[in-house]
Design a protein around this ligand. Structure first.
Ligand SMILES: [Zn+2]
Length: 157
C-alpha cells in the first residue's frame, strides 16, 4: 500500500485522497530512540491537474510518541503539515516518475515530514530537566548531615 495518484483520474477532475497510512509504509528510518513511530499517518490531499503538472495540496498529520531528552517524560508530539503543497511536473527535466499511470507520493511525503521531526524532543520548550526529589530542592542541601547513627558507628570502631 502506498500513496498513489492515478494521473488518468486527475485528467478528468480533481481528486481527493483522504485516509490513513501505516507509518511503517513511510519507512522514516528514524534512529532517535527518543522518538517512537506507531500511529498511522493521516492525510487529506487534493490533487489538481495544471497545464503540464500536478499540484498536490492538503494536510499531513502524524503523532509521534516521544520521550523528553531532559526529563525523560513521555509525551506526544503532533507533527502537522497543514498547508502542504507539492508540485509534480509531468514534463521536462524534473519530470516525476510515473509507473502504470500512477505517481507514488510516498517519497515526497517522507522527505517533507522528516524535515519537521524534532531534533531533540522536549516535553515543553522550557523544560528544566529532571526534578529533584522533594526535600532536597534547596541548593547545597543535597549533602545530608551525618546521621547520629553513623557517628555512633565511628565510635564503635
Ligand atoms: Zn521535559
Amino acid at each position: 500500500m502506498s500513496l498513489n495518484v492515478n494521473i488518468r483520474h486527475v485528467e478528468e477532475h480533481e481528486i481527493h485522497l483522504k485516509g490513513e497510512m501505516p507509518v511503517a509504509e513511510l519507512d522514516f528510518g528514524v534512529q532517535d530512540e527518543m522518538i517512537r513511530l506507531e500511529k498511522p499517518l493521516r492525510y487529506d490531499l487534493k490533487i489538481d491537474q495544471l497545464h503540464d503538472s500536478l499540484l498536490v495540496t492538503g494536510s499531513l498529520k502524524l503523532v509521534l510518541d516521544c520521550e523528553c531528552v531532559r526529563c525523560l517524560k513521555p509525551f506526544t508530539y503532533k507533527l502537522e503539515l497543514t498547508g502542504w503543497a507539492l508540485h509534480l511536473p509531468l514534463e521536462g527535466e524534473d519530470k516525476v516518475s510515473i509507473l502504470n499511470d500512477c505517481i507514488d507520493l510516498t517519497p515526497f511525503v517522507r522527505e517533507d515530514m522528516l524535515i519537521e521531526f524534532p531534533q531533540h524532543p522536549l516535553c515543553k520548550p522550557e523544560c528544566a530537566g529532571l526534578k529533584k526529589k522533594p526535600g532536597v530542592e534547596k541548593a547545597g542541601a543535597e549533602e545530608k548531615p551525618p546521621s547520629p547513627w553513623t557517628e555512633l558507628d565511628k565510635l564503635k570502631l
